[in-house]
Design a protein around this ligand. Sequence first.
Ligand SMILES: [Zn+2]
Length: 419
Amino acid sequence: MDESEPARADLVVVNAGEVITCLPRGDDRLGRIPDGIVAVAGERIVGVGTSDEVARRVDLSGATPLDAGGGIVAPGFVDPHTHVVFGGSRVEEYAATVGGSLELFRAGHTTGILATVEMTRAATVEELTDSAAARIEAMAVHGTTTVESKTGYGLTPECELKMLEVNRRLDEAMAVDVISTFLGAHAIPEGMTAGRYTDQVVAEMIPRVAEAGLADFCDVYCDEGYFSAEQSRRILEAGLDAGLAAKIHADAYSDHGGARVAAELGAVSADHLNHTGRGDMQALAERGVVGVLMPGLDFAVAHPRPFDARAMIDAGITIALATDLCPGCWLESQQLVMALAARLYGIPADDALLAVTVGGARALALDDRGALAPGLLADLQIWDAGTHLDLVYKLGRNAVVTVVKRGRVQVMEPVEAMT
Ligand SMILES: [Zn+2]
């Protein structure tokens, strides 16, 4: 930027009780600025600070004011782990799990991932796009401005590519950015072994996915009954060779070596980590692998083993929090994720906020969002809240009144009822 010409803002967020930048300012890790303003030009932030600080560097004369009403201005949430694209719903199954009648339900129905695979295979691209769009709209209403979306309910080359095409359409059609992850190795399809399916993922699917250019990441479900550490390594290495950065579902239900694979390969993130030991935490920290934690999923499945967030933070792992929105955990709000993380896992509110903003961005290797600073995307939200602590205190309440995505103030439609 030319230093002699002040940047001209076209939007300026004013009348905030506080701007939380989520970047260190003095000794405040959250970088809070009382009475701060945020100036935006196009889709980028050009100024953040007190009005005097910003006015020295930015021409605000032509900027449209956006009144924060005395509330808090914060970065838009980044949700770095979701399975938001899927056919149908598993509401009856979920009700059976909480009602204690799952065994009875199982006698007459396919359940779990394979039930969703059936419904996803039967759905058209348009149906999958419409149903996921309604969920992403609800996420945006709750402050999320970037969503990762995994495949993994196709489990054939054709249906996995269909899901990737849905991701592409969602990213194109929606204000929220949709980051696409290929998770062909989400489960073992019926009639296959893990070994044979691994061969197919490596030899056939990853090359086709890479050629189509429809994914940024390759992911694998490494656990008992899914893919072994060795199979996971083969899949992620094939992805890396094809230009897909690595993510892994690791140690959710057993210590299956997933975190070690993540550290050895330098994966961008290792997700779940319920059974990860101290040595593996150290390895993740040393390789800069982000730990993605999903308290909502553990809540929805009544997970018997809580992840040890405190130990991970102490080990120096960068923590991200995600909804893990999927048919088994229909959770659209990163605010509720923060509240669960704080109460159930002892993650302090400040850390929880950093984990849904900068942490989420790091879990997607995105350095242009997750915080408020000149040059970053103007992805921000305004909360009707006196303090960010309200987000872990007022349970189930949506604090968001306004969302700005890439510099555009979003008109928040009530979420349409799904058919
Ligand atoms: Zn997942």
